[in-house]
Design a protein around this ligand. Structure first.
Ligand code: AHR
Length: 527
C-alpha cells in the first residue's frame, strides 16, 4: 500500500505550462442524497416553449401522440427528466385552469400579457400537460395562480386533478374524458409574488400563502409537496419572513384536521444575467473572453446564494424538514435578432453548458437543503435543452450536461476537496476559480464531474481517490474549439466525446481537461 504522498505526483514541474489541480475524493464518506429533482425542468406558456416546442396539435404532420411532439418527448426521456413545472412563471398568475379544459374549440382565449401580448387559445391545458408528464415519465409540478386567482379556484384544481370519488370536480374531469385521478406531487403557490405574481411584500405574501396552503388539500392517496413562492436571488429577508410567518405551516405538521396541508418547501429564483443593463444583456452567441469570464463569475455566485438561503433556514429549521427549491435558473441573454422580444428565444453555446455544470456542482454540495431545481426553460426559451424549428430538433450543449450528469440522480454526494490552490482567472478585479468539480456514488459506481473554465489553457487534474476505487475509468468530455460554439439544424459541433488519456492507478485518478470543457469520469468502487 502506498502512502498518500507517494501516490501523488510531485508538485508540477517548473517546465510544465499546463496548470494542475490536486484533489482528494473520499468515496467512503457518502453525504446527502442528491435528489433527482435537482435536474428538474420548467415549461411556461411563453414564446415557443409550449406551442411549437411541446405541443404541435393533433392535426400536425410531425410525429406526435395526441398533439404532443414525439421527438421532444424522446429527447427528454433520454435525460430521465424527473419533473416538469407548468404553466409558469409569470404566466401562472394570469392562468385560469378552467379555461384550459373541455373541447378545445370551446375553450375561451386569453391574452398572454407577460409574454409577447399574444392571444393564447388554451389548446394546451390541464389534460394535455398531464398527458405530457405521463409520456415523459416526469412528476408534474403545477403552479397555482395566487396573483389573480382565488383560493377556491386553486382548491378546485387540486380536486379536479387528484380526487377519485364522485366529487363535483372529479365528475367534471370524467366528463372531460379522464376517469382516474392523476398523481400530482408538486404544488406551487404563486410565482415571484414580489413582481409579476402580484407585486406583494413578503409579509403580505406570507398571509396569502397561509390561506392558500390551508385549502391545498390532499385527496385520497395524493400527497402534495407544497412549495411557497420565494425570493429573488439573494433576498434572504424574503426567506426569513416566510420561515417566521409560515410557522406551524411549515414542515410535516398538520394544520387543519383534513390533511397535512403545510408547506414542505420554499423556493427562490436566480438567473445568470451579465448586463451591463437589462436592455443589453449581451448576445447568446457573440461574446469575447472577458464577457465569457464575467458570465462565469455570475454563474458561480449561485453557491453563495444557495448557502445564504440555507443559513437562514437552518436557524429556523435545523432538522432540515423544509426543502429549498430553485424553481427557475439559467442564463438570460438578449433574444436572437429578429425574434419577438417577448418570446425570450436565445441560442445556447458551450458557455451555457459550463454555466450548467458549475450550477450542478453547487447543487450537489448543498443537497442536504436544496431539494429541487428547474432549468428555465426546457424548449426554445432562455437556457433551453432543445431548440425546435419546424420539424428540426437540436440538442443544445446544456442538454449534454444534463445527460452526462444523469448518474448523480438520487446518488449520495461525496466530498471532493482541492488540495492547495485552485487556478483562477482575474475578472474585473475578482478572482474566478477556473476549476469546479463534484462527485457522487450509487450502485457501486462513482461519478465525478469536472469543469475547466479556463478559456485558453488545459488543466491537469490529479485526484487521490480514498476509500476504494476499481476498474477502468470511463471518461467523456464536452467541448469545442470555440466557447461560442453552438448546435444548429445544420451543424452540431458541441457533442459528447470520449476523453482520452484518463487513468486510475493505485487509487490516483489522472485526467487532462481541455480548455473550456466539461468532463465526467465514472468508475467502480472496490468490491
Ligand atoms: O422564465 C421567464 C420568467 O422569468 C418567468 O416567467 C418568471 O418567473 C421569471 O421572472
Amino acid at each position: 500500500m502506498l502512502l498518500d504522498d507517494e501516490r501523488l505526483a510531485p508538485d508540477p514541474t517548473p517546465t510544465s505550462t499546463v496548470p494542475q489541480v490536486r484533489a482528494v475524493l473520499d468515496v467512503d464518506l457518502p453525504g446527502a442524497s442528491i435528489s433527482r429533482h435537482l435536474y428538474g425542468h420548467f415549461a411556461e406558456h411563453l414564446g415557443r416553449c409550449i406551442y411549437g416546442g411541446f405541443w404541435v396539435g393533433e392535426d400536425s404532420d410531425l410525429p406526435h401522440e395526441g398533439g404532443l411532439r414525439l421527438d421532444v418527448v424522446e429527447a427528454l426521456r433520454a435525460l430521465d427528466i424527473p419533473n416538469l413545472r407548468w404553466p409558469g412563471g409569470c404566466f401562472a398568475d394570469t392562468y385560469h385552469w378552467r379555461d384550459g379544459i373541455g373541447p378545445r374549440e370551446e375553450r375561451p382565449a386569453m391574452v398572454n400579457s407577460h409574454w409577447g401580448d399574444v392571444v393564447e387559445d388554451n389548446s394546451f391545458g390541464t389534460h394535455e400537460f398531464m398527458a405530457l408528464c405521463e409520456l415523459l415519465g416526469a412528476d408534474p409540478y403545477v403552479s397555482a395562480n395566487v396573483g389573480s386567482g382565488t383560493v377556491r379556484e386553486a382548491a378546485e384544481w387540486i380536486e379536479y386533478l387528484t380526487r377519485a370519488d364522485d366529487s363535483p370536480m372529479a365528475r367534471l374531469r370524467r366528463a372531460n374524458g379522464r376517469d382516474a385521478p392523476w398523481s400530482v406531487p408538486f404544488w406551487g403557490l404563486g410565482n415571484e409574488p414580489w413582481g409579476c405574481g402580484g407585486g406583494m411584500g413578503s409579509g403580505a405574501y406570507a398571509e396569502l400563502a397561509r390561506q392558500y396552503g390551508t385549502y391545498s388539500l390532499d385527496h385520497g392517496d395524493n400527497h402534495l409537496y407544497r412549495i411557497a413562492a420565494g425570493a429573488a436571488d439573494a433576498d434572504y429577508r424574503w426567506t426569513e419572513v416566510l420561515m417566521q410567518n409560515l410557522g406551524r405551516y411549515l414542515g410535516d405538521g398538520e394544520v387543519s384536521g383534513h390533511g397535512k396541508n403545510t408547506y414542505q418547501a420554499i423556493s427562490f429564483h436566480h438567473y445568470t444575467i451579465v448586463g451591463p443593463t437589462w436592455d443589453a444583456k449581451g448576445s447568446a452567441t457573440e461574446f469575447d473572453d472577458a464577457e465569457y469570464y464575467r458570465t462565469m463569475v455570475k454563474a458561480t455566485e449561485i453557491e453563495r446564494i444557495i448557502a445564504g438561503h440555507a443559513n437562514v433556514m437552518d436557524a429556523y429549521d435545523p432538522d432540515k424538514r423544509v426543502g429549498l427549491v430553485l424553481d427557475e435558473w439559467g442564463t438570460w441573454f438578449d433574444v436572437e435578432p429578429g425574434t419577438n422580444p417577448g418570446f425570450l428565444f436565445q441560442q445556447n453555446t458551450l458557455r451555457d453548458a459550463l454555466v450548467a455544470s458549475v450550477h450542478f456542482d453547487a447543487f450537489h454540495r448543498h443537497a442536504d437543503r436544496l431539494v429541487m431545481a428547474n432549468i428555465a426553460q426546457t424548449v426554445n426559451v432562455l437556457q433551453a435543452m432543445l431548440l425546435t424549428d419546424g420539424n428540426s430538433l437540436v440538442l443544445t450543449p446544456s442538454y449534454h450536461v444534463f445527460a452526462m450528469n444523469k448518474g448523480h440522480h438520487d446518488a449520495a454526494s461525496l466530498p471532493f476537496t482541492v488540495r492547495g490552490t485552485t487556478p483562477t482567472a482575474t475578472v474585473d478585479g475578482t478572482e474566478l476559480p477556473t476549476f469546479s468539480a463534484s462527485a457522487s456514488t450509487k450502485d457501486g459506481q462513482v461519478l465525478v464531474s469536472l469543469t475547466n473554465l479556463d478559456a485558453e489553457r488545459p488543466l491537469d487534474v490529479e485526484v487521490d481517490v480514498r476509500g476504494g476505487a476499481n476498474g477502468t475509468p470511463v471518461a467523456r468530455v464536452l467541448t469545442a474549439p470555440e466557447i461560442s460554439a453552438h448546435n444548429t439544424a445544420e451543424q452540431t459541433p458541441v457533442q459528447v466525446r470520449p476523453l482520452e488519456g484518463v487513468t486510475l492507478r493505485d487509487g490516483v485518478l489522472r485526467a487532462q481537461l481541455p480548455p473550456h470543457s466539461f468532463a465526467t469520469v465514472s468508475f467502480a468502487t472496490q468490491a
